[in-house]
Structures are given as structure tokens and as C-alpha cells.
Design a protein around this ligand. Structure first.
Ligand code: 5RP
Length: 230
């Protein structure tokens, strides 16, 4: 998986510490992105060592499912689970209240289902993701046919929507669910909760990347350890 932001060592420290929280027999949400990937690999090593008998992963994307398979983490489909014990997932930005912007990997719709269903949602990040106030563009997964109407709705809310395009292809990014992504710049988010409610109420928005009040813990990998925020 593509690496973004801080150093791999910082990401790995945060992710491996979070993977240590998983116990045998648990159902674990497997996030998407370069930081969550370190946790998936760590879980695979623990399964191989016989330390996590009965553990089952629930992937949040095609990419995390592939990595879990390669790493030897047994999997359940999302529609097979009624509850999850823990979810470990990355973030594009986390504020001082623990609210998140996610969706840099266009996986935030399934990530939100999995992360919200987990008894314990652990965010893994490096220091480049931490901010006092959220100010990154908010990804929206939108129905392709609703793209123009959703863009107009975002502008009415004071945002600037940009269709996400694939880096090496002449076309838009298409999510695992067959939808498009609008990255919407709203500047500094003084009231993420209210913006989240407005975006949820916009027809054609499948899911937005604001994760307000969902994280139980944020593990930030540092130069020599892990800073845990609850
Ligand atoms: C995917 C996500 C990722 O968790 C987020 O983009 C962080 O990725 P990375 O760990 O590679 O920086 O929300 O939809």
C-alpha cells in the first residue's frame, strides 16, 4: 500500500502497539491505508506464531482484504458479523477532540461501518496527522449520477468540491462500492459535528469522511514510542 505523511517507523510503532491489544478469539476490523497495513501484518505474524487462535479479521477494503489474506489473517465478510471487538484504522487527520477525517484511500464508507460497530475503535497515526482543528478536504463517496447535484449542495454548505481522479489513469477514482469521490475543502472545521450532519442529510452522499466522536483511542507513533490519547 502507498505510504503517505510521516515516517514508516512512526506508523509501524503505532500500528504494532495497537495490534498488541487484540486477544485470541476476537473479531477485528482491519482498516485501510499504509498505517493500518502495519497492523494487519503484525496480526498475521501473531496468528502464525499461534498467539491469536480464533481471531477473525473484517476487511474495510479490497486492499486490506488482499493484505490480510497474504498475511495469514483469517477473514469474515462484513455482512457475516453482528459485532466487532476492536477495529484498528488509520486517519488522514485527527483533531484535539479525537474527531477524524478519513477517506484518503476512498474506503471511508466501509471503514465507518466497521469502526463504528467495534467495541473499541483504535486509530493509528503518525504525528503528521495530528492537528488542533480539522482543515483537510473532506472526502465524500457519492453516487455517480448524483455527482453534479451533490457538488452544488457542497458549495451551498461553503465547500469547494473536486472530483478525485486516479493518478495514473485518465479518469475518476472509483470506490470498492462503484461510486465516485469528491474531495471537499471547507477550510477550518469549527463545528465538525454540524457539518457531518449536513453532509449526511445530502441526498446522493453515500458516506462522508468525517468520523465525529467515533474514536475510543488515538495511538500516535513518535520517534521513540507511542503517544496514546483517550
Ligand atoms: C482510507 C483511510 C486511511 O486510513 C487514511 O487515508 C490514512 O492512510 P495512511 O495510513 O496511508 O496515511 O481513511 O480510506
Amino acid at each position: 500500500m502507498k505510504t503517505t505523511g510521516g515516517s514508516d517507523d512512526q506508523k509501524r510503532r503505532a500500528a504494532e502497539r495497537a495490534a498488541d491489544l487484540v486477544s485470541a478469539g476476537e473479531t477485528v476490523g482491519l482498516g485501510t491505508g499504509s498505517t493500518a497495513a502495519f497492523a494487519i501484518r503484525a496480526l498475521g505474524r501473531a496468528v502464525e506464531a499461534g498467539d491469536l487462535d480464533g481471531v477473525r479479521g473484517v476487511a474495510t477494503s479490497f486492499a486490506s482484504r488482499q493484505l490480510a489474506r497474504e498475511s495469514g489473517v483469517p477473514l469474515l465478510d462484513l455482512d457475516e458479523v453482528e459485532a466487532l471487538d476492536i477495529a484498528i484504522d488509520g486517519a488522514d487527520q485527527v483533531d484535539s477532540a479525537g474527531h477524524l477525517i478519513k477517506g484518503g484511500g476512498a474506503a471511508h464508507a466501509r471503514e465507518k461501518v466497521v469502526d463504528a460497530a467495534a467495541d473499541r475503535f483504535v486509530v493509528v497515526a503518525d504525528p503528521s496527522k495530528v492537528a488542533e482543528t480539522l482543515d483537510r478536504a473532506v472526502p465524500l463517496e457519492v453516487l455517480p449520477a448524483a455527482r453534479t447535484l451533490v457538488s452544488a449542495g457542497v458549495e451551498d454548505l461553503g465547500g469547494d468540491p473536486v472530483l478525485r481522479t486516479a493518478e495514473r489513469k485518465d479518469g475518476p477514482v472509483v470506490t470498492d462500492n462503484g461510486n465516485l469521490v469528491l474531495d471537499c475543502d471547507f477550510g477550518e472545521l469549527s463545528d465538525p459535528e454540524s457539518l457531518a450532519a449536513d453532509l449526511s442529510a445530502t441526498p446522493g452522499v453515500v458516506e462522508h469522511g468525517l468520523f465525529v466522536g467515533l474514536a475510543d483511542e488515538v495511538h500516535v507513533g513518535t520517534a521513540d514510542g507511542v503517544d496514546v490519547r483517550t
